[in-house]
Design a protein around this ligand. Structure first.
Ligand code: PGA
Length: 253
């Protein structure tokens, strides 16, 4: 399967930054064996889509209801209408600052998939949990409670394993820690969904950059990356895409 390399711009991005969207879209074309996407602030989606036609632009969150009295929120249908192809759900920053529960994340994932939006569903443990030795059981429980009932539709689901202590900190788990967690997530996906669970990509997120991407992509069951800080500039992001392409086809000159 193609690796997935998605950028998460978080609360970054003004009109002036659309030139980076364009550069990332253009340079990504050299790596057709990698699925590249940028998840930008909702207000920038439509302009990003116009700037980079054909390139996958996504959102960072979605409301679970199709419409209604939810001031400030955006539905899956609205995101599709703006041209988004995917959305992140359950990022740890939203779980923490917006108090999103596993049940909320599950409902968001189901709503997005049902509306035809691809989904990157995030899970990950705190440093306290990692140090207690309960990281795997905690993340698998979080996954279990956050997964939608089915993955059999038009849109795809990917899981992002993002240890909270590795996000924006420059700290990265060891290859063994990443491999152990991805294997546990894969096992649970197959238990839940049967053979379609094998096709769900499991990407790693947390301080991925050009200098560590190749090593991380070499770990078994790592099917790509969700990249925050290093996705804001083409010069930082494209080398990560290139690293993901190494196991696939040669780049187009
Ligand atoms: P980071 O963020 O790459 O800046 O650590 C990753 C994320 O939060 O998705």
């Amino acid at each position: 399967m193609n690796k997935l390399v998605a950028g998460n711009w978080k609360m970054h991005g003004l009109s002036a930054d659309l030139s980076e969207v364009r550069a990332i879209a253009e340079q990504s074309r050299r790596y057709p064996a990698v699925d590249v996407a940028l998840c930008v602030p909702a207000i920038l989606i439509e302009r990003a889509v116009r700037t980079a036609p054909g390139f996958a632009i996504g959102a960072q969150d979605v409301h679970q209801a199709p419409s209604g009295a939810h001031t400030g929120s955006v539905s899956a249908q609205m995101l599709r209408d703006a041209g988004a192809r995917l959305t992140i759900v359950g990022h740890s920053e939203r779980r923490e600052f917006q108090r999103e529960s596993d049940a909320d994340v599950k409902a968001k994932a189901a709503a997005a998939l049902g509306a035809g939006l691809d989904v990157i569903l995030c899970v990950g443990e705190s440093l306290k949990v990692r140090e207690s030795g309960r990281a795997v059981e905690t993340v698998v429980a979080q996954l279990d409670a956050s997964l939608p009932v089915t993955v059999e539709g038009e849109a795809w689901l990917a899981i992002a394993y993002e240890p909270i202590w590795a996000i924006g900190t420059g700290k990265v788990p060891t290859n063994a820690e990443i491999g152990e967690m991805h294997a546990a997530i894969r096992a649970r996906l197959v238990e839940r969904f049967g053979p379609p669970g094998q096709a769900v990509r499991i990407v790693y997120g947390g301080s991925v950059k050009a200098s560590n991407a190749a090593e991380i992509f070499g770990v078994a069951d790592v099917d790509g990356a969700l990249v925050g800080g290093a996705s804001l500039k083409a010069a930082d992001f494209i080398p990560i895409v290139a690293a993901a392409a190494v196991e696939g086809d040669a780049p187009i000159a």
